[in-house]
Ligand binder design. Sequence first.
Ligand SMILES: Cc1ncc(COP(=O)(O)O)c(C=O)c1O
Length: 323
Amino acid sequence: TGAEAVENAVKIARAATGRPGVIAFTGGYHGRTLLTLGMTGKVSPYKKDVGPFPSDIFRAPFPSPRDGITVQDAITGLENLFLTDAQPERVAAIIIEPVLGEGGYTPVPFDMMHQLREICDKHGIMLIADEVQAGFGRTGKWFAIEHSGVVPDLITVAKSMAGGYPLAGVIGRADVMDAMIPGGLGGTYGGNPVACAAALAAINAIEDEDLLARSTAMGEHLKARFAEIGARAAPYRMWDIRGLGAMVAVEFVTDFDSAKPDADFTKRVIAHALKQGLLLLSCGMQGNAVRVMVPLTASDEIVNEGLAIFEAAVKAAVADEAK
Ligand SMILES: Cc1ncc(COP(=O)(O)O)c(C=O)c1O
């Protein structure tokens, strides 16, 4: 699982640095095991009623223009954390999703990623890019962090790596990875041969079928179609269209003046789409965004059929309100 990859990345970072601390971000999602839940920055439904969580995990703010949190505010928040709770020489890793998945398909601003790299270098902290959701082509590059030009110390991978077949892993420099002694990482199902064959097939397909270019083109198409469907146009109330490559989300609000997140409207869009055979998944701290997770191998015809159902579902959700 992705969660196990994240746990292993933390173990590797701890072994390589000899330090315990981990810093994660508001709205970050890293899994449902107890260690990763401690790092996940979203209470409901994941952390509700199942604490306590492991110690030595600290949370820094993620930039949010809507809440007036700039990149500089987020970096100041992290620097403050070093003063208040997390002694930097005791921090093994800073973990971040280059594009928040569960947290709303929000890309990390590139200058923030560069500043995180500098901070990690300054204090000898490992930078972990959690690419469980964004990795293996979803954003038009093998890894989403490549868009920023920053090189992390460790990358966690899963999901698209084996085309959905259960496989996960950690990628890193040998000198960091080798800090773990043989046998320190593993498990009964680790490196399952069928899953490894699926990953090799998926990697070949990404290369042979030029799926990175397909991902970029699909993202542009999705964004254009969403804009056409009604971004910032009443009564559809699509406030934001964002993402990297084919990892795109749209966000719904109650009205454009207050831009208040509208989770109910979002739920109705999802319910109407489901009736027409289109499965959608919400995301975002307020549950008011819909994320697109269409396979990169889907034909234009299928993608356009899905977009047409989405459009009809948004209209039906608006019509509900007139009843
Ligand atoms: C960024 C990220 N990290 C970790 C995980 C956990 O992966 P899994 O559900 O396979 O444990 C997920 C799952 O959605 C994820 O999106």
